[in-house]
Design a protein around this ligand. Structure first.
Ligand code: GDP
Ligand code: MN
Length: 397
């Protein structure tokens, strides 16, 4: 589950990571009030207005702008709130901005020049250990740095049973070319950041840029956090941070009725029981010359109600040209599933406007096939995998 920048920064701050302070606003007037409060707290009159959407590259898309006075805060916040922000990481339609973060400008020039670094914390699956990845080249895409100057990316692997060691934090500060106060600040920053990552059961932290300010403080300017969904049950406060407006609407709806659904780009919808069979079915669709429109695992109870919910979810996607139902009747009997499909189909009437191919295999598969064939509905049945693939191929042409 992804978080907004402002939510991620709340987590960081609670673990003692120094952040660029800010306040969230949903209107231009709120943004002005937020800027006034911030000026009282921080003493700075300059602010940065940042679109809060689940996408990176906001700066490039015009979603991060500097305001030198309250008039500019009002004007810029007014422009950004409500816009469809297009960045290199969004679709061409962009993402609607519902709120902005009004933050203190931490780049104000002083005696020492500011520097931008890159830092992320993630799981290195190959080693089965957490890893801090960092670079002197902050503020730009890490993918570009990896391509053009890979020697400027460093990693520090952390053994979970020992945690981050002092020498590791010092090595990071050293490799980033720091000394004096900034060196010490960086070691504290890294330790707090790692604690926040472990404590929040996160899957990914990306802080780009980490700023060395002109007063040598080390500050998280940006913050992208992905929480581990499987650990959310022990973080009710973090689970409450979910912003469903940022997620695929159909996926949110499917989750609400307990269906395991992932939206994909293809033309053949699929309804399957069991994640493994769902993966195999997606392969089958590809071999038949189609592309899967979704991943959908209906789980163990494929009764009429559930089948109907699944059909409705699949049909919300107007790229769907056919639906392949592939159910293995192990615990659930095929004839019951077939009856569920027939009942759901009759109940939905005109809502079903694409051909349906049903493959039922397992207990009572033959009875199930008869039920489907005698239903008088526009549903084709198959018993063998290949037979189902051929029928899909025939209907999508
Ligand atoms: P992203 O584009 O989605 O990664 O959003 P960021 O939060 O990283 O902001 C984009 C860029 O805006 C950063 O790389 C900074 O260079 C710049 N930026 C962010 N905050 C400030 C600020 O307070 N002052 C100035 N001058 N620039 C900022
Ligand atoms: Mn960034």
């Amino acid at each position: 589950m992804n978080l907004h920048e402002y939510q991620g920064k709340e987590i960081l701050a609670s673990y003692g990571v120094t952040i660029q302070r800010g306040k969230v606003a949903t209107t231009a007037a709120e943004a002005v009030a937020a800027a006034k409060e911030l000026t009282e707290e921080t003493g700075t009159g300059w602010h940065v207005i940042k679109a809060q959407v689940h996408a990176g590259g906001r700066g490039k898309g015009g979603g991060v702008k500097l305001a030198k006075n309250l008039e500019q805060v009002e004007e810029i916040a007014g422009q950004i709130i409500g816009m469809d922000l297009v960045t290199p990481q969004t679709s061409a339609e962009g993402k609607r901005v519902h709120q902005v973060l009004v933050a203190e400008d931490v780049y104000e020039p002083g005696e020492v020049e500011v520097e931008e670094f890159y830092m992320s914390v993630l799981l290195d699956r190959a080693q089965g250990k957490n890893m801090i990845m960092y670079s002197t080249e902050g503020g730009m895409d890490i993918e570009t740095v990896a391509e053009e100057t890979p020697h400027l990316i460093f990693t520090e692997t952390i053994d979970a049973s020992h945690g981050l060691q002092g020498f590791q934090a010092r090595r990071i500060a050293f490799n980033l070319g720091l000394s004096g106060k900034a060196f010490k600040e960086m070691t504290k920053f890294v330790a707090a950041l790692y604690n926040a990552y472990v404590g929040s059961d996160s899957a990914l932290f990306e802080i780009n840029p980490v700023l060395k300010a002109s007063d040598n403080r080390i500050i998280a300017v940006d913050c992208k956090i992905t929480l581990d969904e499987n650990a959310l049950f022990r973080h009710k406060d973090l689970a409450a941070m979910r912003d469903t407006r940022e997620e695929n609407a159909t996926e949110v709806e499917a989750k609400a009725v307990g269906l395991n659904y992932v939206d994909l780009d293809g033309n053949v919808g699929c309804m399957v029981n069991g994640a493994g069979l769902a993966m195999a079915t997606m392969d089958l669709i590809k071999q038949a010359g189609g592309e899967p429109a979704n991943f959908l695992d209906v789980g163990g109870t494929a009764d009429a109600k559930r089948v109907e919910e699944a059909f409705r979810i699949i049909l919300k996607d107007d790229k769907v040209e056919a639906i392949l139902v592939n159910i293995f009747g192990g615990i659930v009997r095929c004839d019951r599933v077939a009856q569920g499909i027939v009942d759901a189909y009759k109940n939905m009437g005109d809502a079903i406007n694409v051909p349906i191919i049903v493959r039922l295999q397992g207990t009572n598969a033959e009875i199930a096939k008869e039920l489907i064939d005698n239903s008088g509905l526009d549903v084709q049945s198959a018993v063998e995998f290949q037979e189902a693939a051929d029928k899909v191929q025939a209907v999508i042409g």
